[in-house]
Design a protein around this ligand. Structure first.
Ligand SMILES: Cc1ncc(COP(=O)(O)O)c(C=O)c1O
Length: 443
């Protein structure tokens, strides 16, 4: 028999006599380092305990007077789980839907080999909000680009007539599509693929925001290219927004060469950039679109691929599937995540609060011109990039922000992304900006 005892809830959750609520931030860190994998380097000396409201985390920090204990402090969440919590933490409509579903409706999990009554609700809502013909539900964000990659190849062979096993998928330099083998094969960041090779073949990288580079690649290899799989705004790369006319030209070029435009909106979707989906900002429509993160309403992982009938319609039984993709609870949560996106007009909120935050960023750029090189943003997907100098370090800025009650995190060395919940208040935006201003002053 295994000698393991698990009891209690919350702080009373106790594993073999060790009560979670008794652990200091350092003890949490030690257990994670010893028993987990060291594939993240979370901010030190802070552990999130729970949330206070839609944009406020309650975090535990060491007690300066007694390091064997901790204190609790409020943190404004300037990152919202990398845009997974666009709806705000514990959005009441979504929480009510989950509780109602589990307590009263009572259908958490059945497989796809038998129909359940919530799938059609999800499909009707998801096709309507995306204005696409068909939708396939998945779970993790990375599964969306992964499936778009597969669909592109299948369409390339079965419709475009690319010779077997010769299909090419074009991706953009600086992209981030997740951590699956396919996603890291598209990456040009060595830390993501070193010693995980060989990479998935049939991928070509092209400079992001260069229509000339794309055109010359299409001219050279267009008959074997199935799709251009790309983020509308590069999130992890540091909120890189292409020129205003770029997407229109890309869309025309794709049509001219009979190449699919497959957009990864895992980070940019669900209102984040001031439109329901970022491609709408640029007046184009992709052939395939992948969503994740906020598609799960900030409570469970949900992702999906939406797209054209003649592409998604190529799938046949056995060619694609997932145990939890579109399972009843996932289907209900995703349906309500879409309902809240519309009812609470999250895109409009992102536009309004994003304008407020960007105005503060622009002002700071003037005052701290020697420190801030560029500020970028669409809606509430924003970032400021510092000059490349040793004392202007993004990690240091994140640590300093934490001391001032704000959680935001660097992406690459000198860029700090700020992407709070779309429900954030005007006052909380000001508090984030005040904290950044204060940190800039101190550098
Ligand atoms: C554009 C994009 N695609 C895919 C992913 C992967 O999502 P997940 O980490 O949920 O698998 C991310 C995550 O940051 C992302 O930003």
């Amino acid at each position: 028999m295994t000698n393991l005892s698990i009891t209690g809830y919350g702080d009373d959750l106790t594993i073999n006599g060790i009560r979670i609520g008794d652990l200091t931030p350092k003890e949490h860190e030690n257990i994670e380092k010893e028993k987990g994998a060291n594939n993240y380097s979370p901010l030190e000396n802070v552990v999130v305990s729970h949330v206070k409201d839609s944009s406020t985390l309650i975090a535990r920090k060491p007690n300066p007077n007694d390091i064997s204990t901790f204190i609790e402090e409020e943190l404004i969440d300037g990152l919202c789980c990398y845009s997974a919590v666009n709806h705000g933490q514990l959005n009441q409509t979504i929480v009510d839907a989950v509780i109602q579903h589990l307590s009263n409706e009572k259908l958490p999990t059945v497989p796809r080999s038998i129909r359940h009554k919530y799938m059609c609700a999800f499909l009707m809502a998801a096709t309507a909000i995306t204005k696409m013909d068909r939708v396939i539900p998945k779970v993790a964000g990375v599964e969306a680009p992964e499936l778009m990659f597969k669909l592109s190849r299948k369409w390339g062979y079965e419709v475009k007539g690319i010779p077997q096993d010769e299909a090419i998928i074009v991706a953009a330099k600086g992209n981030f599509h997740g951590r699956s083998m396919t996603a890291i094969s598209m990456s040009d960041d060595p830390s993501s693929f070193k010693n995980f090779g060989p990479k998935v073949p049939g991928i070509e990288l092209v400079a992001f925001n260069s229509i000339e580079a794309l055109q010359s690649l299409f001219e050279e290899k267009g008959d074997r290219i199935a799709s251009f799989l790309v983020e509308p705004i590069q999130g992890e790369a540091g909120v890189i927004i292409p020129d205003e006319s770029y997407w229109k030209k890309v869309s025309e070029l794709c049509k001219k060469f009979n190449i699919l435009l497959a957009m990864d909106e895992v980070q940019t979707g669900f209102g984040r950039t001031g439109a329901n989906f970022a491609h709408q900002l640029f007046g184009i429509k992709p052939d395939l679109m992948g969503c994740g993160k906020a598609a799960g309403g900030g409570v469970i992982p949900v992702s999906f691929v939406a797209g054209r009938d003649d592409i998604i319609g190529l799938l046949t039984p056995g060619s694609e599937g997932s145990t939890f993709g579109g399972y009843p609870l996932g289907a209900v949560v995703a349906t309500y995540a879409i309902k809240v996106l519309i009812d609470e007009d999250l895109a409009e909120k992102a536009k309004k609060r994003g304008k407020q935050l960007m105005a503060r960023f622009q002002a700071m750029k003037q005052v701290y011109a020697d420190k801030i090189k560029e500020v970028r943003g669409k809606g509430l997907l924003t970032a400021f990039e510092m000059h490349n100098e040793p004392h202007l370090d993004g990690h240091h800025v994140s640590v300093e922000l934490l001391k001032r009650g704000v959680y935001a995190k660097e992406t690459h060395r000198s860029t700090v992304r700020v992407a709070p919940a779309l429900t954030i208040s005007a006052d909380q935006i000001d508090r984030i900006a005040d904290a950044i201003d204060d940190v800039m002053k101190s550098l």
